[in-house]
Design a protein around this ligand. Structure first.
Ligand code: BES
Ligand code: MN
Ligand code: ZN
Length: 497
């Protein structure tokens, strides 16, 4: 899809499809007004007759409207006339418009959405979100169907050109949105890919391919044998029960002129399938534990977006990846292992494996990669999902400025986070009679004790933890699938650096 901008009026523009908005009181946007005038009140007649109510995201396709040059005109409802519309509503409007363009089969469309006043957001934000919505509308996962849906006759995935119509030149906002959407799509594909295909080795291959294709990333793989030799006992305790070898994946992007400038590091949990191990999970819905690598997927997606946007800073995308399986040689509840940091851990529940693969990766990153900051992203706890549902990812950090940066990026991208406590007062829940620390902290405050576990391995480091258990995928039913979150948040956070 190509994006461009135009200052041309809606009545004169030679586009095969034009999108204009009308609110729920029948008030026309400027572009709709000019069309209405040229078309002898056609649009106001439609509203007055009740065929279009203008409610948020409602669409109506019109063809061959008299008085204008375009073949197709899509009306989109902009909702309440009383107040500025919310960012969420604007995204809904853009998504509905994109869906209507796709359905129309138009190869090219111009969107006149700048007139819609969105609370606290400027036109660049609207253009960025619209680009994301248009790219997302074409997302489809059919890689594992015998007859790919995109080869079916009635399937159209062919929007070729999107034109943003407005006053300002917002080309770079459109390109930013497009890069974010590509990153989201990469993350979705990886998340949706079945776990017999998307193994730790597969993730490593994707990272190697990114390096080869862009020439902008240097990828290093540390395999399980090296990790064992290094002393990453917590990581190995998870990975050893699987026949799929685990790995650390390190993707270095150098955008700063100075190669020695300390990098900002993002670290993703990549459990390509989480059975729970010997602390086996119940069977119902267990297939969704293929999504336990969505943190890793968001890191890869973010790196893809960054290679397009080329910010002038140094960034490292790191993934800690393994499969958590029950086996004769798997870890047992009660096992004590020595982490890469030297601290010992009593594994009271083998299903609390995320923190085990993360703690050694954090130690490795801090000691060897010397990052200016670390943000880890993990589908870490069911408890976080219980607390925040599917709306917000959990944000845990004691670094106030890092918290502010992440919250700002979350607000901008509407990829929301909610701060949850990370306090020493909870640490005693992790006390163990037999090791320095236990890997579970009891029933209460489960997402905080998981974060507290990680905090033991990040002392003195600028670090934040995002628990994306509730936000990384849509559960069950028809909607089941990866969301690509928090790629929009991460890209914005890093660009702001
Ligand atoms: N990957 C899961 C967390 C999870 C569960 C995410 C369900 C999304 C939906 C994680 O490895 C896990 O099993 N966590 C346990 C921790 C517990 C044993 C302390 C959990 O949340 O139940
Ligand atoms: Mn688990
Ligand atoms: Zn897990």
């Amino acid at each position: 899809m190509q994006f461009s901008t135009t200052q041309e009026s809606a009545t004169e523009l030679a586009a095969s499809c034009i999108v204009v908005s009308i609110n729920d009181k029948g008030q026309l946007s400027n572009a709709a007004e000019s069309i209405n005038t040229a078309a002898d009140d056609y649009l106001t007649d439609i509203f007055d007759s009740g065929d279009f109510s203008g409610k948020t995201g409602e669409t109506l396709m019109l063809v061959k409207v008299p008085g204008i040059t375009t073949q197709r005109l899509i009306l989109v409802g902009s909702g309440s006339a009383e107040k500025d519309i919310s960012p969420k509503d604007f995204i809904k409007i853009a998504e509905s418009a994109a869906a209507a363009i796709k359905k129309s089969g138009a190869l090219q469309a111009a969107l006149y959405l700048e007139d819609i006043a969105v609370a606290n957001k400027d036109n660049a934000w609207k253009a960025e979100q619209t680009a994301i919505a248009c790219e997302n509308a074409l997302y489809l996962f059919d890689q594992t169907k015998s007859k790919p849906a995109r080869e079916a006759e009635d399937y159209s995935d062919s929007i070729e050109n999107i034109v943003w119509a407005g006053e300002a030149d917002l080309q770079s906002a459109l390109e930013k949105g497009q890069a974010i959407a590509r990153g989201v799509s990469v993350a979705k594909d990886l998340g949706n890919m079945p776990p017999n295909i998307c193994t730790p080795t597969y993730l490593a291959e994707q990272a190697i391919a990114l390096a080869a294709e862009t020439g902008l990333v240097e990828t290093t793989i540390i395999d399980e044998a090296e990790l064992e030799a290094m002393g990453a006992g917590a990581f190995v305790s998870v990975s050893k029960g699987s026949t799929e070898p685990g790995k650390f994946i390190i993707m270095k992007y150098q955008g700063a002129d100075d190669a020695n400038e300390a990098p900002h590091l993002i670290l993703g949990k990549g459990i390509t399938f989480d059975t729970g191990g010997i602390s086996l999970k119940p069977g119902a819905g267990m297939d969704e534990m293929k999504f336990d690598m969505c943190g890793a997927a968001s890191v890869l997606g973010t790196m893809v977006a960054l290679t397009e946007l080329k910010p002038k800073i140094n960034i490292i995308g790191m993934i800690t990846t393994a499969e958590n399986m029950p086996a004769g040689n798997a870890s047992k509840p009660g096992d004590v292992v020595t982490t890469l940091s030297g601290k010992t851990v009593e594994i009271l529940n083998t299903d609390a494996e995320g923190r085990l693969v993360l703690c050694d990766a954090l130690t490795y990153a801090i000691d060897n990669l010397k990052p200016a900051s670390i943000v880890d992203i993990a589908t870490l706890t069911g408890a976080c999902m219980m607390a925040l549902g599917t709306v917000n990812s959990g944000l845990f950090t004691e670094d106030e400025s890092l918290a502010a940066e992440l919250q700002q990026a979350a607000t901008h991208s509407h990829d929301k986070v909610w701060r949850l406590p990370l306090e020493d007062d909870y640490q005693e829940q992790l006390d163990s009679n037999f090791a320095d620390i236990a890997n579970i902290g009891g029933r209460l405050a489960g997402s905080t004790t998981a974060a507290c576990f990680l905090a033991r391995f990040t002392e003195g480091q600028s670090w934040a933890h995002l628990d994306i258990a509730g936000t990384a995928w849509h559960s069950g039913g028809k909607n089941k699938g990866s969301t690509g979150r928090p790629v929009p948040l991460l890209v914005n956070y890093l660009l702001n650096k």
